[in-house]
Ligand binder design. Sequence first.
Ligand code: 13P
Ligand code: SF4
Length: 398
Amino acid sequence: MTLQLQIPKKFEVGKGCDADRSLGDLLLRTEMSTKANTSRLPKEYVGLSEDVLVRRIGEAKAKLGTKLVILGHHYQRDEIIRWADFRGDSFKLARHAASHPEADSIVFCGVHFMAETADILAAPHQRVILPNLSAGCSMADMAPTEDVLQCWDELQAMEGVTGKVIPVTYMNSTAALKAFCGANGGIVCTSSNAAAVAKWAFQRGQKVLFFPDQHLGRNTGLKMGYILDDMLVWDPFQPLGGNSREAYRKAAFILWKGHCSVHKRFTVDQVKEARKRVPNVKILVHPECEHEVVDIADAVGSTEYIIKTVTDSPPGSAWAVGTEINLVKRLAQEQPDKLIFCLDPVICPCSTMYRIHPAYLAWVLEALVRGEVVNEIKVDDEVARWAKVALERMLATT
Ligand code: 13P
Ligand code: SF4
């Protein structure tokens, strides 16, 4: 049965959003207009038509066979996801990387921190390639190592706080921050296991220092039964993070002042508007959203949880989803018997994920066919060793 459901005009996705332009798109032109990126993508790949790119990617992929595995994060555009041998969230993809030893080359269509994690977990003979090196993550960038180290030193020097803090970092962080956590008795978490990981941390210390997403940290604390007064935010741009020593002595959660620019866009007003316009709609959001939104949503969970929840729902269900637009659009296309739309009527994609354009994929694959490796992500051995400690603690916990 195919349900003919009309998406109310107000919820049409992508209005005024560059993601709606087709393959010869804005992003590539934007990238090409900046000097740094012009030097990365060889000229011969600029301006190729969609048909040519599809043919060349297909041919290169076929030649590389099982020596290649292409991983695609759920937030990637359709023109990339069609080539992925595996789709997943950041953690699931990192595990896929480690479980395909027959592949020498792992082409990670995601963002930088994901490729780093894949490199840390991959076997020594495997190399991880990020098609466009400028595909970073603004949230991960909000916790630079120098600021993290300064915060740690100041907390360790604080009477009543010294020795009581366990650092916990979200998977969406640099390898350096994961290594910092590993070397300081800390651990990594994902959006699906953050509460279990925080419980692990509270068994070993009295305070959790949570990086880099304050919202995931706050939502996790609230889910565990803590109240807002148990938490404070460390602002790296303020002396002593912007709080008094007494406040740190009392706090259970010290949340790094970082956020995801995609998930921060969802608001309480959008939830109210969706409920007003679509009777029986269920609001389903990612825990990177602000807690006011999470509090009034019907369900909250990781990217994989969102996919499973929508997929398991009966035909005719209506879902307003608070997460990245490429995933929401794909869910809507693949499940036409349900009404699935983005909570934000004008949302744009994760702009850094979007930097993986098919032209970059064609470039790195054709280079591999010639025996050349371009855009390899290689984490320093010592950093990788400590990051792995933090990742393995997580794996043993959940
Ligand atoms: P997951 O892939 O772990 O759900 O994280 C969401 C996200 O923001 C990815 O960058
Ligand atoms: Fe980073 Fe948010 Fe994009 Fe994920 S969706 S890569 S957390 S900016």
